[in-house]
Design a protein around this ligand. Sequence first.
Ligand code: G3H
Ligand code: ZN
Length: 289
Amino acid sequence: MEKTLRQCLSDAQAGNYAIGHFNISNIEGLWAVVHAAQNTGKSVIVGVSEGERDFLGIKQVKALVSSVRDEFQVPIFLNADHTYSFDRVKEAIDAGFDSVIFDGAKLSFEENLKETKKCVEYARSVNPEILVEAELGYIGQSSKVLDEIPEGASLSEETLTKPEEAEKFVKETGIDMLAPAVGTLHGILRSGVNPEINIERIKAIKKAVKVPLVLHGGSGSTSSDFEKAVEAGISIVHISTEIRIAFRDALKKDLQENPEEVAPYKIMKGAVQAMQKIVEDRIRLFSGE
Ligand code: G3H
Ligand code: ZN
């Protein structure tokens, strides 16, 4: 029988590797992730933010992912990434997503806890296999090229997620996965060099909580930081900006080189390959290959 996301995650925790989570905005992105999963034979998570799922269609992206899972037997899961209200969490759960992320990182600790708890209770009432993730610590909100560090981002020792807060939050909400602030940012700084990941903080949080830890804002981190982060206890890594840049650059190049081409399936071919390369390389790195 097909493995659930919960089982794949528990395998990742036991085997000390991480599953890649890749954001998509269109079917080209989905094909890039599916081909990468087929080539590597690893499980993957497709993520859609509120904006991405509005563009794709919430029921339609669910149908697309289910259809590739059935036809090609790839262990591919669908996550409702960064969701800012209970109503939108409910919408994703009702649509049959495998997991949802309630993002209350900008709320007070108490408010975040209260709203997250409500999401967990609703998910459990629908299907105990649906996983709920929550965010503790703000790391910016946009997967794009950044001119500066987003205001209010938790990057210093004092503002990174604290192990004791993480422990209390997990215990009281009953979440299945936790996304702490451990030095990464959503997006890539224009300089191309993002801050270093705080490996010691990952280790300390890992000690304090039993649930799998999720690293957001993966784009822009070095391979060696990723290896250390996974070794320290990260079970899922989110990548978006790198894929968006690969898509934009390949499309731009192909349009410039073939200005007379009008067939979208030809125009998009290079962009799918460029995204697939990023995804495949990241999957291999996170799985320790
Ligand atoms: O949820 C999405 C990720 O955290 C993406 O972050 O754009 O920095 O790769 P990134
Ligand atoms: Zn994220």
